[in-house]
Design a protein around this ligand. Structure first.
Ligand SMILES: Cc1cc2nc3c(=O)[nH]c(=O)nc-3n(C[C@H](O)[C@H](O)[C@H](O)COP(=O)(O)OP(=O)(O)OC[C@H]3O[C@@H](n4cnc5c(N)ncnc54)[C@H](O)[C@@H]3O)c2cc1C
Length: 282
């Protein structure tokens, strides 16, 4: 995203605020009229500010908010606090067991240094169309817990991604946690992404979750947002031969850019889906 922006710059001046509680953070966001931005791991926001893609008047650091931390199991779902870092996810035996897709996807997200700082809430909030975690949220049917001046609400990941870096989160809301259904023994998962180099953002990627209800398939890196294709999922439910489902890909408005044309991305999406299905957990 930043490679076409020209030379490196310094971020414009901003205030740095570090509230101690969730309520105080929301009050700061609400009083800023959309001018302040939450700061999580800074792995996307700081480069965006340096390149002046974002120029908030203030950063509200979420580091001290205990409400945004922790991993807990609640029956058939697992709740992961927004400030949980990628490295913590990878190190959590509970997450790896409950969410096999995390183990498949996390090694593809950037590099160690970024995974040590970047957070789940940050990537879910940013809504980069080529990011892995938003697509996992769609494939798994995750729910996103938001807190704002009017209280808390929970929104399906399916309803969250609206357009290019555009989400259903209001500027004065924070993502508190993400809730995922825990994998059952008969659930199967597949993941594949195609990149120019390991750790780069995907040119095209596919995530598959198969449960008793059928397939959920999410694509990333292909369009203005992560997305599912219900007709393609239905086709896989009735005939597991991927070739018979690939024509549904033409419903996607594929992105064409300096890295790959729209036609190339369509071919790469077909490859990613085919390989994700071939590599399904047994
Ligand atoms: C070289 C490089 C390579 C990368 N490669 C990949 C990759 O392959 N795949 C990938 O997915 N990502 C990649 N990233 C991005 C990385 O995953 C980021 O860490 C992630 O996108 C944002 O997480 P963060 O915690 O750093 O959030 P920040 O950068 O702090 O914030 C990101 C955005 O989310 C908002 N935000 C953060 N937390 C919350 C919250 N709790 N509630 C509401 N809004 C919030 C911020 O205001 C900001 O707009 C890469 C980054 C770099 C620098």
């Amino acid at each position: 995203m930043f490679s076409v922006m020209g030379g490196t710059m310094k971020a414009p001046d901003f205030d740095y605020l570090r509230p101690a509680t969730l309520d105080a953070a929301i009050a700061l966001l609400a009083s800023s009229d959309g001018d302040a931005m939450p700061l999580a791991g800074g792995q996307s926001l700081m480069p965006m500010m340096n390149f002046r893609v974002a120029s908030p008047s203030a950063l509200i650091d979420l580091a001290d908010l205990a409400e945004l931390r922790g991993i807990s199991r609640d029956g058939s779902s697992i709740r992961i606090g927004a400030m949980t870092r990628y490295a913590e996810l990878a190190a959590s035996a509970e997450v790896m067991a409950a969410l096999p897709l995390f183990g498949m996807a996390l090694p593809h997200i950037a590099h160690d240094a970024i995974r040590n700082r970047g957070t789940l809430g940050g990537t879910i909030a940013l809504g980069d169309p080529a990011a892995e975690m938003p697509a996992l949220a769609l494939a798994l049917g995750a729910k996103i817990e938001l807190a704002g001046p009017d209280g808390t609400r929970v929104i399906d990941a399916d309803e969250f991604y609206l357009g290019y870096y555009e989400t259903a989160r209001a500027p004065d809301e924070l993502i508190v946690a993400i809730h995922y259904p825990v994998a059952l023994s008969d659930h199967r998962f597949g993941f594949h992404e195609l990149t120019q180099r390991h750790g780069d953002y995907a040119l095209a990627g596919a995530v598959v979750a198969r449960t008793a209800q059928g397939h959920r398939v999410a694509f990333f890196g292909v369009a203005d947002r992560p997305l599912r294709l219900p007709a393609l999922e239905q086709a896989l439910n009735t005939n597991p031969d991927v070739q018979s489902a690939l024509h549904h890909l033409s419903a996607i408005a594929f992105t064409g850019d300096v890295k790959a044309s729209a036609a190339t991305r369509q071919r790469l999406a077909a490859v990613a889906l085919t390989r994700a299905l071939q590599g399904m957990t047994q």
